[in-house]
Design a protein around this ligand. Structure first.
Ligand code: ADP
Ligand code: MG
Length: 345
């Protein structure tokens, strides 16, 4: 896009030299890419029999991340991982990445190298190729927009609107770790039994989440899930999204929520219930999905082969029953949405 002549340029980065550097480092691409970085637009080959899936995320310094608690590499990793998780939640195969950045005067060449290193660290295990982007100056803050495309077998995507009463509700991995990691980054770590290793494992879960691409793809290709969503805002809010779009209610068993040993210790130390952290926590990038009861055994066998836990946490109810949680005393209480939301003050 054309530059306004009113933006001052105390920047050390030069746009064209920077893009040339990107071209050198990432210009060589493989399968499906007819033209990557360097032309007016990327040229990608689409496969017949597949639906094209696309997602994008905008990250703003001071809103989504601060460079005091996360490195440039962490920020890049997480931006890519969040998008990969969205494709995973559709049951798709992530393929092509575009990265747009607006760079402030404080963001120099080596920091931006770090940013792209983080992005590629998240992408490499999935064979995702960087095929383009855009570069601009910013007056101060760093803005990072990541767009990821991919494919899913035609008609097989995991949508949010397919859950039906009686379906079983599952989540991957453990919940709440990322929130605990964020709290540990923001404050000085309280003295925790388990020590530095426990602290760093929770922080790692916050900074380096693992999108569940293989599980999402297995669910979609085998037709095992009726609906799915990834947990980016937190279970409490993301379950509401799934239920609203499916026009159903749900009953969740608080005792069933999967929590890590690290989170248990952390919660104990705070005098908190780990299940509350699990319900509230955002940015776990686990998958939440629903399954008809007749497929429950197939989920068990998927779980045995998976690299993370898959846990049944409840059941879908008719809309009229609402959304409820069974507490430790066996009482049913209304489900509260305590997840983070922009513009909510
Ligand atoms: P245009 O003027 O058409 O926007 P640019 O000079 O901005 O073209 O971009 C040239 C090439 O470099 C394009 O292929 C574009 O996708 C790529 N590109 C530009 N900025 C970035 C970036 N930050 N990350 C990745 N690729 C980029
Ligand atoms: Mg451009």
């Amino acid at each position: 896009m054309r530059r306004s002549s009113t933006v001052p340029h105390p920047h050390t980065i030069q746009e064209f030299a920077f893009i040339e550097g990107l071209h050198r480092r990432f210009g060589k691409t493989g399968r499906g890419v007819v033209l990557g970085i360097g032309d007016d637009a990327a040229l990608l080959r689409v496969s017949p029999g597949e639906d094209f899936v696309a997602t994008t995320d905008l990250l703003v310094e001071g809103v989504h991340f601060t460079l005091t608690t996360a490195s440039y590499e962490d920020v890049g990793y997480k931006a890519a991982a969040a998008n990969i998780s969205d494709i995973a939640a559709m049951g798709g195969r992530p393929q092509y990445l575009l990265v747009s950045i607006a760079i402030g005067p404080a963001h120099g060449r080596s920091q931006l190298h770090g940013l792209y290193r983080g992005i590629m660290t998240a992408c490499r295990p999935h064979g995702i190729q960087l095929v383009g982007g855009d570069t601009s100056a910013s007056r101060r803050d760093l803005f990072l927009n990541v767009t990821l495309t991919g494919s899913v077998a035609r008609g097989k995507a995991l949508r949010r609107d397919g859950a039906r009463p009686g379906d079983l509700v599952y989540v991957t991995g453990t919940l709440g770790d990322s929130l605990a990691g964020l709290c540990l980054l923001a404050k000085r770590p309280p003295r925790l039994r388990g020590g530095p290793q426990l602290v760093s494992s929770l922080i790692a879960r916050h900074l380096r989440p693992s999108p569940r691409v293989e599980i999402g793809r297995a669910l979609s290709t085998r037709g095992l899930a009726t609906a799915g969503i990834d947990l980016s805002d937190g279970l409490s809010g993301d379950l509401v999204h799934l239920c609203r779009q499916s026009r159903v209610g749900a009953e969740i068993d608080i005792e069933a929520l999967p929590v890590s040993a690290a989170l248990e210790t952390y919660a104990q130390r705070l005098g908190a219930d780990p299940a509350d952290l699990a319900r509230q926590g955002g940015e776990d990038y686990e998958l939440l999905f629903t399954v008809t009861p007749r497929n429950a055994a197939r989920i068990s066998s998927l779980a045995r082969a998976a690299t993370c836990r898959i846990t049944r946490i409840g059941v879908i109810q008719p809309k009229s029953a609402g959304m409820r949680v069974r507490d430790r005393a066996g009482r049913l209480r209304p489900w509260k949405n305590v997840s983070y939301e922009h513009f909510r003050n």
